[in-house]
Design a protein around this ligand. Structure first.
Ligand code: 5RP
Length: 230
């Protein structure tokens, strides 16, 4: 089974948790896209759900698949968010934002009763940090913000190269919120909760890709089958 088939399997397993009438957060990325497509098939067959997309890309996918959409201004909570991740540790802490949607993803996950993470099992790691940590920043005053981030890294015992993310065409990558992303190669984050707190306190940092205590379960698809971790 190839990677894409594994991602679809994880998405299909998460779909089993969806019930009629639910309000759903719809994640971003190649794995979440499988979930939106499978959900669209169930909607076409009569399932009544409504979704909040975590990016403009997911909005477009959901519209194409016929999934009805709403916003967090029109409803007061979500039952389940189903989203991918770049790394998942045994405490279900995550690194997210490889697709650049971390800000909306975190707002949507925090508004949800449950967050189900779907992934192929290569995303499962003993310690977060191999994947570069995305930090979403305001372009204004970036030098000062970068120095603040470096200080936070030093206080939390991590260090590594930082680079402003570029799109494939070489231009600076701009998020759906109009911000930039700095990716930090940290290697190993021994205390993700402390680092998350320190980054959140820096003026100019809009959000970061550490999702601490947000995920309720992870559905991991691998060669041996599906593993659900809670
Ligand atoms: C987007 C994300 C994605 O969920 C993450 O990058 C995983 O993507 P994929 O399912 O394509 O591996 O956080 O901001």
């Amino acid at each position: 089974m190839n990677m894409d088939q594994l991602k679809r399997q994880a998405a299909a397993r998460a779909l089993e948790e969806v019930r009629d009438g639910m309000q759903l957060g719809l994640g971003t990325g190649s794995t979440a896209k499988h979930f939106v497509e499978l959900l669209g098939e169930r909607v076409a067959a009569g399932l009544n759900v409504i979704g909040v997309p975590t990016s403009e890309a997911t909005r477009a996918d959901a519209e194409r698949c016929g999934v009805p959409l709403t916003t967090l201004d029109e409803i007061d909570h979500l039952d389940i968010t189903v989203d991918g991740a770049d790394e998942i540790d045994p405490e279900l802490n995550l690194i997210k934002g490889g697709g650049g949607a971390l800000l909306r993803e975190k707002i949507v996950a925090a508004a949800s009763d449950r967050m189900i993470v779907i992934a192929d099992d290569t995303k499962w790691v003993p310690t977060l940090g191999r994947f570069p940590l995305p930090v979403e920043v305001i372009p204004f005053g970036l030098g000062a913000t970068r120095r603040g981030i470096e200080k936070a890294f030093a206080e939390c015992g991590v260090s590594g190269q930082m680079a402003v993310r570029r799109a494939k065409d070489g231009h600076v990558f701009v998020t759906d919120g109009g911000h930039w992303i700095v990716d930090a190669q940290l290697g190993r984050i021994a205390d993700p909760a402390s680092l998350a707190k320190a980054l959140s306190a820096i003026p100019g940092v809009v959000e970061h890709g550490l999702f601490i205590g947000l995920a309720s379960s992870a559905v991991l698809a691998g060669g041996e089958g599906i593993r659900v971790i809670e």
